[in-house]
Ligand binder design. Structure first.
Ligand SMILES: Nc1ncnc2c1ncn2[C@@H]1O[C@H](COP(=O)(O)OP(=O)(O)O)[C@@H](O)[C@H]1O
Ligand SMILES: [Mg+2]
Length: 353
């Protein structure tokens, strides 16, 4: 909720208030007890007093479909210039949240602002800031890639040269004159990214941009996202390719069954969950003696065996002691691998059934 400082008209004490634009708030000055009513201002464009460092602000978003709660009281904010990863299993409510941010679906309740502008009341103005790549990218099949982009360029006041350049940059150079109806899913996806960044919008919203892309395409989109961030663009990206997100995101939000269950940096979330590294040790021949030697060590959380391989989760400081215990118990070590907690681990923990 936006906050604002007001001065008591009697004793001039500064009072912090918070409320929605247009809301009337009954105030009592803590210094002189003067009572009064203050109306939270709203400028003619619906701009609120939200922090100027916030690009997307979602407060208490609720969306139900025939009594089914698709998004349940979700709140988060995306800071200007950051890459925010929005993660969740299939059906978690990612697309519904994104469609609500774009006012493409009517939220039951909640307030959404883009650069401080209320999307529900001033959608046209708010959406000027956004480049959007939907989950299901579609174009006019009987038009070429260039004709399609040129159509959107007119709406976004971008030039035909920019369209040609983007088609080239997204690796579609040869296909620019081809009808989109003849494109593969990955090619349509690339063109969808070109459309989203056309006109260099200050905010990019990408709903599963890597869907249907080959590995080269995935890298291309990731590099494009990083390039846009360097230019100062704010990026909100939903994805199921967690390794990708881990590499590029400043912060992540995890949604599960319509509820936002976590919001932080990947490192911050790992710490909160007290996630520990996993060591995988392969030995010549598995024995109960080796297994028990590891299981009984303090600081070892779990031990799983698969054939001659042990998967051990333990405190970082215990790694050397674990190896020593295996060896002392007669395990002839063939291979050791150590894996630090990943976004996937964080994701799995927060989305457990
Ligand atoms: N138009 C709709 N009508 C009914 N249910 C819907 C509709 N759109 C989405 N849902 C349901 O809302 C839930 C969240 O969907 P969605 O936001 O698309 O999830 P995600 O993008 O995370 O996979 C799902 O259970 C889905 O079936
Ligand atoms: Mg989706």
């Amino acid at each position: 909720m936006p906050t604002q400082l007001v001065k008591c008209p009697t004793c001039k004490t500064t009072i912090t208030i918070s409320g929605e634009p247009g809301e009337k708030i009954n105030l009592t000055c803590p210094q002189c007890n003067q009572k009064g009513v203050f109306t939270v201002p709203k400028d003619i464009n619906g701009r609120t007093m939200a922090s100027s460092s916030t690009a997307i602000d979602v407060k208490g978003l609720i969306k139900t479909y025939n009594h089914f709660s698709a998004v349940n009281n979700v709140s988060f904010s995306v800071k200007k210039g950051e890459i925010f990863g929005f993660l969740g299993p299939n059906g978690a409510g990612k697309t519904t949240t994104i469609k609500s941010i774009l006012d493409l679906t009517h939220a039951d309740s909640g307030t959404i602002t883009i650069n401080g502008i209320n999307v529900q009341t001033h959608g046209k103005e708010a959406k000027k800031y956004i480049g959007y790549m939907p989950e299901k990218v579609s174009f006019y099949d009987n038009l070429t890639a260039l004709q399609n982009l040129s159509f959107y360029a007119e709406i976004k006041h971008a030039s035909k040269e920019e369209c040609i350049h983007l088609i080239e940059e997204l690796g579609l150079g040869d296909a620019g004159k081809k009808r989109v109806g003849k494109f593969s899913k990955g090619m349509v996806q690339r063109l969808g990214m070109a459309r989203a960044i056309l006109g260099s919008p200050p905010i990019l919203i990408l709903d599963e941009p890597s869907g249907g892309l080959d590995p080269r395409g995935v890298v291309l989109i990731r590099d494009k996202i990083l390039e846009m961030k360097k230019k100062g663009t704010t990026i909100f990206v939903s994805s199921h390719i967690l390794s990708e997100i881990q590499e590029i995101c400043d912060r992540v939000g995890i949604i599960n069954k319509g509820v936002l269950v976590a919001q932080d940096t990947v490192e911050g979330l790992s710490k909160k969950l007290n996630l520990k590294p996993q060591i995988t040790v392969t030995i010549d021949a598995m024995s109960t003696k080796v297994e028990n030697a590891v299981k009984t060590l303090p600081g070892v959380d779990s031990v799983k065996t698969h054939g001659n391989t042990l998967e051990i989760i333990c405190d970082g400081a215990m790694k050397a002691k674990v190896i020593l215990a295996i060896s002392t118990a007669g395990g002839n070590i063939q291979n050791i691998q150590s894996k630090e907690p990943s976004l996937e681990d964080v994701f799995m923990r927060y989305t457990e059934a």
